[in-house]
Design a protein around this ligand. Structure first.
Ligand SMILES: C[S@@+](CC[C@H](N)C(=O)[O-])C[C@H]1O[C@@H](n2cnc3c(N)ncnc32)[C@H](O)[C@@H]1O
Length: 213
């Protein structure tokens, strides 16, 4: 299942890459251990490359072989092709609990996020891209991880400006359910919505602690 992969020069969809990388630098500096990082929407490895300089071991997952085939050759990074959510229990078993988890999803990252909140040892740092707001413009069911039983949402159900509140409320509530709390929360968005069809993805990070810590 593990694959050491080769390089290429094809681009991946990477909106606001400077913003994303600054957010990652910020949260790497907040991370309590430097042993293990999971990069679960790893794409062509731009973020894994950064992590390989800070963590002893990087575990990168992408469902698309074409993405992994462009990965840089990083000594301390192992790549897996597959659905991250299905692989997560096995990865935790094999490598242990990560200090840092990257969920650069563009779609909805919350199924993996909930798994991390439930099973990862604290403190754990998370950095997330959430593109859920893009999908809400279409007649789409709300993300299954929200457990709203097939409820569809309308484009006007929540304004983009209120997205940080929705994300923080979810994160806070899901952490609480696991006896944990959200610290060092930071949320950033691209400066302009003009480049994007519909709402652009948003970026956030946090350090998750045990409630008593
Ligand atoms: C925005 S790109 C990631 C960019 C990457 N972090 C980088 O810095 O180069 C999102 C990636 O997530 C992958 N992806 C989407 N759903 C996935 C899933 N369920 N499991 C694994 N990978 C997934 C896509 O194939 C895509 O390559």
């Amino acid at each position: 299942m593990a694959s050491k992969t080769k390089r290429g020069n094809q681009q991946t969809d990477n909106t606001a890459v400077v913003l994303k990388h600054r957010l990652r630098d910020h949260f790497i500096a907040k991370t309590h251990r430097c042993d293990l990082c999971f990069d679960l929407f790893a794409g062509t490895g731009l973020c894994s490359k950064i992590y390989s300089e800070h963590f002893d071991q990087v575990v990168a997952v992408d469902e698309r072989r074409a993405q992994l085939e462009q990965f840089p050759d990083l000594q301390n990074c192992v790549t897996y092709q597959g659905d991250n959510y299905k692989l997560l229990p096995w990865l935790m078993d094999r490598y242990g609990s990560p200090a840092f988890v990257d969920l650069d999803a563009y779609g909805n990252p919350d199924a993996c996020l909930q798994f991390v909140l439930r099973f990862c040892k604290c403190p754990v740092t998370i950095v997330v891209t959430d593109g859920t707001s893009q999908a809400r413009r279409r007649a789409q069911v709300t993300p299954p991880a929200w457990k709203m039983r097939g409820v569809y949402w309308s484009a006007l159900s929540i304004r983009w400006q209120e997205w940080p509140t929705l994300i923080h409320t979810h994160l806070h509530d899901w952490a609480e359910e696991q006896g944990k709390r959200v610290t060092d929360w930071r949320y950033v968005t691209p400066l302009s919505r003009a480049h994007s069809q519909g709402d652009p993805p948003v970026y956030y990070g946090a350090v998750i602690q045990e409630r008593a810590e």
